[in-house]
Every structure is written in C-alpha cells, then in structure tokens.
Design a protein around this ligand. Structure first.
Ligand code: ACM
Ligand code: ZN
Length: 561
C-alpha cells in the first residue's frame, strides 16, 4: 500500500516535471542567424521559470549576469546566476577541448542547458544562440510560459574579424545609441566596432592637450541641404563629441559584450575639423576653407570676413586642405593626440585612415617639398607613405598596430599595416599578395550608405549606389584571385556606415538592417552552408526581433528580393 502511494506520487511528480519532455519541435523552432556550423534538433523543451538557476564557472560572471538579465526580463521572474550553486539547471562553462577561440557548444535538454566555450567570448555567443531559440517577444519581456527547444549545436566563426563601422563625424550620435549599436554587433556574433571619430565635418573625441579640437572642431555652423552639392545651407549649428569618460564607459560596455572597439583617427586627409581648430596643421594656414558651390553658412562667412579663414567643413566630399606633411608640428600634434587615444582603447589596432588625401597642397607647399627632398622621396605618394610609416612606427613602439584604407598601398605599404580594402577588392588582393593582413569592405557589397533597392524613389536620400541585402549575402570575402597560402591574410569583412545623409539614429538603423544581418552570416557561417532562400526564410523570422527591440529597418527590402 505504502509502495503504491509512493509510485503514484512519483509518477505525478515525474509527469509534472516532464510536461515538456516529449514536445515535438519543428524546423520553425531553430531559425538562427548566423547559421550555426552543426545543429541537431530533438524533442522536448526546457522551461524557464522562477526555479531556473544559472551556474557559471568563476571566470564567467559577466556572461552569467548577461543571461540572467535576459531571462529575468523575458519571464518577469528574477533569475539568479551564481558561481557557487550546484543547483543550476543552466550551466555556463569553459571547455578547453573546443579548438576555436570563439567557438562554443550549446546543449538544450528538457531539464538542463549547457553552454560551453573555449573562452568567455564563445560562451557569450552560445547565449546569443540561446536567445534566438526563444521567441522574439522575450526582448520586450512578454512571455508567460517561456520554453526553449531541445538541441545540440557546435559552432565557430569562419572569419576572425567580423566588423561594423560607424561614422559619427558626419553626424554625431549619443552614447546610448553607440551602446545600442554595440548590442546589435554582439547579437549578430560580430566582434569589432570600427569607430570613425574624426572627419572634415567634425572632431568627436576629447583630447585634453588640444581643447580646441572639441571647442571648435566638434561643431559646424551649418550643413548643406540635399544631395551634394546641395541646394542651400541649413545654417544650423550641428555637432557634439565624446568626453574621455564617455569613451571609457563605451569601451567598458563593449568589452562586456566581447566587442573590440577600434578608433579611427583619420590622417593625413579628411582633417578640416582639426585644421579649423589648429590652422597651423595646414600647409596654408591663411587660406580660407572652401565650401563648394558657395554653400557656406552665414556664420562661417562672417567668421571668414572677420579674419578666421579656417572653419569646420559644411559640405561633403574630399578636400585639398589636409595635414601638412612637411612641418614637424603636424607629427608632434598627431603623436600627442595618439598618446591620449592609446590608453582609452585596449584594441591592438588603431585605424589611421589614409584614404582620399589629395596631393594638391603638398605639391605647392615649401615645407612638404623640402621634406620630399630631404627624405629622398620621389613624389607626393611617397610623401603620404612616409607620413603613414612614421605614424606606424610611433604606434608600433607603443604596442599598437595600424589599419589603413587601401590608399596606403600607394607609395609603398607601411611594414606592419593591415589594409582595409574599400575601392573594390583590388587593394585587398594586392595587400594579401604582399603578405599583409586584410579586412574586406568593398563598396559593392559592404557599403551600407548605398541605396538598398532598385526603387530609389521609395528610399530616403542616400549617397548613391545600390547594395541590396541579397548583394550583401552573396558576398564572398576571400577573393578567388588568391592562392591557398595567401587566403589566410583575409581576416574577415566589415560593413561601413558613412553618415552624410543619416541625420538620425532611426535612419542609421534603417540603413544597417537587414544588411548587417546578412553580413553576419557571410562572416560567421561556412561557405558550404550559404543558401539565400534558407537565409531569407530565417530573416523573415529574425525581423520580429527587430520589431520587438524597437528597431527601424528597411521593410521594403523583404519584398523586393
Ligand atoms: C572611404 O570610403 N573613403 C574609405
Ligand atoms: Zn605642407
């Protein structure tokens, strides 16, 4: 009799705890982007409720807290994470048998979830996959009964560099948006944020030794209206900058999400804002800044009439007024700036620009010409190479490596430079053949400032071009021109977001989504698994997550492909 009662209670308990054990899942339950390397579906679902506890290896506190926060928001319960409990039904652990530094395994059973990574970064990626196995409404915290389908996944990225760039100089975006951007990068298992901080139209990073960089250089007195060259000047002061404290806050935030922040301090071109602040950096400090087609703001015209020739640029394009390569003061200034930049960014890389530097001023500048003679250089291209190599040497001595746009190939590549190939793939191919590391960002596939459909009339103003989500998805970062032993120099790829025509954060979101989602699969998933129809099917599902995260995205691109 007692035995019979025991059996009954036991079977009751068993049937309670096993309510989800036999649930049959379908392919619909596993729509993950980027597509994992292997995924085995099985039956049963794990219930997340108030009894769920997360147990983590002691080095995974950050990841435990991240997941606890996600599940707490999703369920409305406080989900605890701890290193000390032995009652964890979700376990996060490090596993040395995983070979890829960013790799992970994820096992979900009806009564246990285990996420293992070679490193904490891999564990975070496992959590991002787990997130996508949950309904997109978790992003808003609206799930009454949250269950996760059983699965076994092994996963690792195809490329080590998976980046998103953002130009915060043509338009400035606040700290909260930068954090949101970093969250998006992490959600897509991308790992690098290339932060374009200085430009003709604005200097965005506080440099204590040169306060005018932000007092003067961070603001312009107006901006052209419409597509370049524009119809008029809006005569509105525009700008902003990040204090060093804010930069530290953002870098710390990114570090928690395993996103490396690479700052770009552009040189020798695209330097009008620095020159407006410190005119001696120009070859010709007394020559007034020119805004093409007489589109200068009233305020800047007044300043120039009153004897201030240099102003922050108000139109878009490429300008002749660049850093003087002849004066020693230019190098002192840039080294001082870099001395303040270096401690703010743990990244090994610093991007030094190098693109679109006209040589007109250097050709007529006595200082630049005497530098050419003194250094035995042949022409202004070699002068640019001298400039870049000098900065590289300075940064290498401080333990940093440079990345430059592919123009740094002209006149001779700096010995340790990594090349970012943007004018198509030619520069990347050439650099890889010279055994330099390369990051691919060719305009046709990776420029998210382009229009994204055939129907430009139904899109907001963009710089030009056309790069559809399908074009991005079709991109193959490793050029076929490279021999097998040269392919290893292709570190990965990046989406570039130049923001001349993106005055709001909503607009930035619209331009990157869904193209960034396509790129995330290009740089993570295996080449063999590429399948546009399958991706499109998963993207339809993924867009619900955009909706629940309150993100703006290019909805029409779902119809047009
Ligand atoms: C670039 O788009 N000028 C690198
Ligand atoms: Zn000069």
């Amino acid at each position: 009799m007692r035995f019979a009662i025991f059996i009954t209670i036991c079977s009751l308990v068993t049937s309670c705890s096993n309510k989800f054990e036999q649930v049959v899942n379908s392919e619909e339950d596993y729509q993950i982007i980027p597509k994992p390397v292997t995924l085995e579906m099985s039956n049963g679902r794990f219930l997340v409720d108030s009894d769920t506890k997360i147990q983590y290896d002691s080095d995974l506190k950050n990841e435990g807290s991240y997941l606890a926060e996600m599940l707490s928001l999703a369920t409305g319960n406080t989900i605890v994470s701890s290193a000390d409990t032995d009652q964890g039904t979700i376990m996060l652990k490090l596993d040395n048998t995983i070979t890829n530094e960013e790799g992970y395994t994820l096992s979900v059973k009806f009564d246990k979830i285990i996420i293992a990574g070679k490193t904490a970064k891999g564990v975070l990626y496992g959590i991002q996959t787990l997130r996508q196995l949950m309904p997109s409404s978790i992003e808003k915290g609206q799930v009454a009964e949250l269950t996760i389908p059983a699965v076994h996944i092994t996963d690792s990225p195809r490329y080590q560099y998976r980046g998103m760039h953002l130009d915060v100089a043509r338009h400035f975006y606040d700290v909260d948006f930068i954090k949101k951007y970093i969250d998006l990068i992490a959600m897509h298992k991308m790992n690098t944020f290339h932060w374009h901080l200085t430009e003709d139209q604005g200097w965005r990073i506080e440099i204590k030794k040169y306060p005018k960089l932000t007092e003067i250089g961070a603001f312009r007195n107006g901006t052209i209206v419409g597509h370049h060259p524009g119809t008029e000047n809006d005569n509105k002061k525009d700008g902003g900058f990040y204090t060093q404290e804010q930069i530290k806050e953002i870098v710390a935030y990114a570090t928690k999400r395993h996103v490396t922040v690479i700052p770009e301090i552009e040189l020798p071109g695209h330097s009008s804002s620095a020159i407006a602040a410190y005119p001696y950096l120009s070859c010709f400090p007394k020559e007034p800044t020119v805004v093409t087609n007489d589109m200068m703001s009233e305020k800047s015209k007044e300043l120039q009439a009153a004897g201030t020739p240099k102003v922050v640029q108000e139109t878009w394009g490429v300008f002749n007024d660049v850093y003087c390569a002849g004066k020693e003061e230019t190098f002192t200034f840039l080294q001082d700036v870099l001395d303040e930049v270096i401690p703010l960014f743990p990244s090994t890389y610093i991007h030094i620009g190098g693109d679109e530097c006209p040589k007109e001023n250097w050709k007529r500048c006595p200082n630049c010409q005497s530098r050419i003679k003194k250094e035995g250089l042949h022409d202004e291209h070699e002068l640019q190479s001298y400039f870049i190599q000098r900065i590289e040497k300075y940064l290498n001595a401080k333990g940093k490596q440079i990345i430059g746009w592919d123009e740094i190939l002209e006149g001779g590549l700096a010995p340790n430079a990594t090349v970012m190939s943007w004018r198509g793939t030619k520069g990347g191919i050439e650099a890889a053949k010279q055994h330099h590391d390369v990051i691919m960002t060719p305009g046709h596939s990776c420029y998210f400032d382009h229009y994204q459909s055939k129907d430009k009339d139904n899109e907001p103003l963009a710089i030009g071009g056309k790069t559809t989500v399908k074009d991005v998805y079709a991109y193959e970062p490793t050029p076929k021109e490279l021999a097998a032993d040269e392919q290893k120099y292709i570190l990965g790829a990046q989406g570039n977001v130049w923001t001349e025509y993106m005055g709001t954060t909503d607009h930035v979101e619209y331009m990157i989504l869904p193209r960034m989602t396509a790129l995330s699969e290009v740089v993570w998933s295996t080449k063999a698994s590429k399948d546009w129809d399958d991706f499109k099917w998963r993207l339809e599902h993924f867009k619900n997550r955009y909706d629940n995260l309150g993100l703006n995205y290019a909805k029409h691109t779902f119809k047009s492909e």
